[in-house]
Design a protein around this ligand. Structure first.
Ligand code: SF4
Ligand code: SF4
Length: 377
């Protein structure tokens, strides 16, 4: 067996920066030598993690990472004495009470750009933000919004962990009684110039967070290429539908009619055709499976309109067909197309409609395959 080549700072940045597909499906935490590289990079950069309007699921997702475990990264077992300097995280830190609040206060006086601020959840803004408080001074609760207003302008960058902090998510559900705002939108309205990046997902994959933090710390903010919704292209640059194992079924018009059917889940409301993330390749729980692989339609949890601006079971309208990225057609000749008549018969009414779309797109297939960057739906 050949020796495993350890990843270097340069090769990691090439992976995440050179092309949006470079790191798709690769376990960031599993890259040979990544632990040491990351630990060396972050040992001097404190990270403050503020929980806002959220369910803490994003923290749980991050804590679920394996090889190394997140404990290894946090507690310095990867390299003795070097670890992620997580200074404040209410769920996992040992400090409590005034001792913990003192840490936050200390960073309000810190040098600008000396720490990274992670936001988990939407920012409650109504009535001065009193519906979400952390700690107290002189018997009065301190609104999270107040902590954020004092910390965010001093941060090197704000990382919005999860769909709630990125776009509002579930806590912003109408009628949004606590005035939840997406963190980035709030910052823009408040005139804060601190750069921010969105790492959406309900919850996000641990690799998406660790990979984003590593990119910022190893290569600087300029290395982070994001899309129009502020998401790193390295993880969110591809359309789910183009890498799905059922894409061949979709093109053939073979749709699941009921939950449990082993076929494309489009007619059961799958949002894969309009959702951008690398779940089909990266998979979850250390690569074991993913939503569609376990029979659930993708609910588009990384998109700004999740979950209340589209019905979970509504069939999505596909504005523009794109060629499959990785999977061959089912039953189609290699390099050939699908007979639109067959597609219509097999797939029923919806299949026929899609078949027409596909038929018209086949003329473009060769060019589209050569340039398989996702087309916006
Ligand atoms: S509609 Fe959903 S299940 Fe069907 S191919 Fe696209 S992503 Fe996969
Ligand atoms: S498959 Fe869809 S619903 Fe599942 S985690 Fe990925 S983006 Fe979210």
């Amino acid at each position: 067996m050949g020796e495993r080549k350890e990843i270097t700072r340069r090769s990691f940045l090439n992976l995440v920066g050179a092309s949006s597909a470079g790191i798709a499906g690769m376990s960031v935490l599993g890259l040979p030598g990544f632990n040491q590289l990351f630990a060396q990079a972050v040992k001097d950069v404190p990270v403050l993690w503020l929980p806002a309007g959220s369910c803490t699921g994003c923290s749980v997702s991050l804590l679920n990472s394996l090889s190394p475990t997140i404990q290894d990264l946090l507690l310095g077992e990867v390299l003795p004495g070097a670890h992620v300097s997580l200074q404040f995280h209410p769920t996992v830190m040992a400090g409590q009470g005034q001792q913990a609040i003192d840490v936050l206060d200390q960073y309000k006086e810190a040098e600008p750009g000396s720490f990274v601020l992670v936001m988990e959840g939407g920012l409650s803004t109504k009535d001065g933000g009193v519906y979400c408080e952390i700690g107290e001074h002189n018997g009065h609760g301190i609104p999270l919004k107040q902590h954020f207003d004092e910390l965010a302008p001093k941060a090197m960058a704000v990382i919005n962990m999860g769909t709630c902090s990125s776009y509002g998510g579930i806590p912003a559900a109408p009628p949004n009684p606590t005035g939840i705002q997406p963190v980035g939108e709030y910052m823009k309205a408040a005139g804060m110039n601190t750069p921010y990046v969105n790492v959406p997902g309900c919850p996000p994959h641990p690799d998406w967070f660790v990979g984003t933090v590593a990119t910022v710390l190893l290569g600087g903010l300029d290395m982070l290429k994001v899309d129009e919704h502020g998401r790193p292209l390295a993880f969110y640059g591809k359309l789910m539908h183009d890498n799905c194992e059922f894409r061949g079924n979709f093109d053939k018009g073979m749709f699941a009619q009921n939950f449990g059917d082993k076929a494309c889940l489009y007619k059961l409301g799958c949002k894969g055709p309009v959702t951008h993330a690398d779940c089909p390749r990266r998979r979850w729980n250390s690569g074991v499976n993913w939503c569609i692989g376990s029979g659930s339609p993708c609910i588009g949890c990384v998109e700004p309109n999740f979950p209340y601006k589209m019905d979970m079971y509504e069939v999505v309208h596909i504005h523009e067909q794109t060629a499959p990225d990785a999977y061959p057609l089912v039953g189609g000749e290699k390099g050939g197309g699908v007979d639109p008549v067959t597609t219509g018969i097999v797939g029923g009414v919806a299949g026929a409609a899609i078949g027409v779309g596909i038929a018209s797109s086949r003329a473009k297939k060769k060019a589209a395959t050569a340039d398989s960057e996702p087309k916006e739906g």
